[in-house]
Design a protein. Sequence first.
Length: 193
Amino acid sequence: MTVYSKLVEVQNKLKAPKSQFNSFGKYNYRNAEDILEAVKPILKEVGAAVVLKDEIVLIGDRYYLKTKAQFIDAENGETIEVEAIAREAEEKKGMDAAQVTGATSSYARKYALNGLFLIDDTKDNDHDTLHKTDLKKEELKISQIQIDSVVQLITETKTELKPFLEYFKIKEISQMTATQADQAIKILEKKIK
């Protein structure tokens, strides 16, 4: 069985329910720990492992936490990797710096695992995009996946951040609407081609 066959088997067998509850927002969600707990027995069954690696990266004038999720075939060492990026909040009320970094790491790990195992969180309330279902798409906030995509494309295309932000009349990427993010992704992808 190839590393890809093993990953397909894990993706098809994995069930990671939303076992956490946010009492403030009144919604269920899953975190990275829930995904890891659900995947461990399947990894043992197929003979594979998952390793998560965090790295701090500077993009523009902000630091981001980049997580790499590696799916490793225990028999031959072949790997498949997925990366996700999350930005630390400049300050988070009631949290010290280490807690902010830990929360950011957990968030990036969750989205790297989502990408690796094909878990779709776009309908999760913790995604900040569907708090009000009657909002038009233009009014929706940018999702973390869109932020990650925009940041990655800015890095890949070596786009200068300041003119990019000025073009969209924002001070930071997280202030984009979902529509602006879609537009930015299309523009940046054209630069790659």
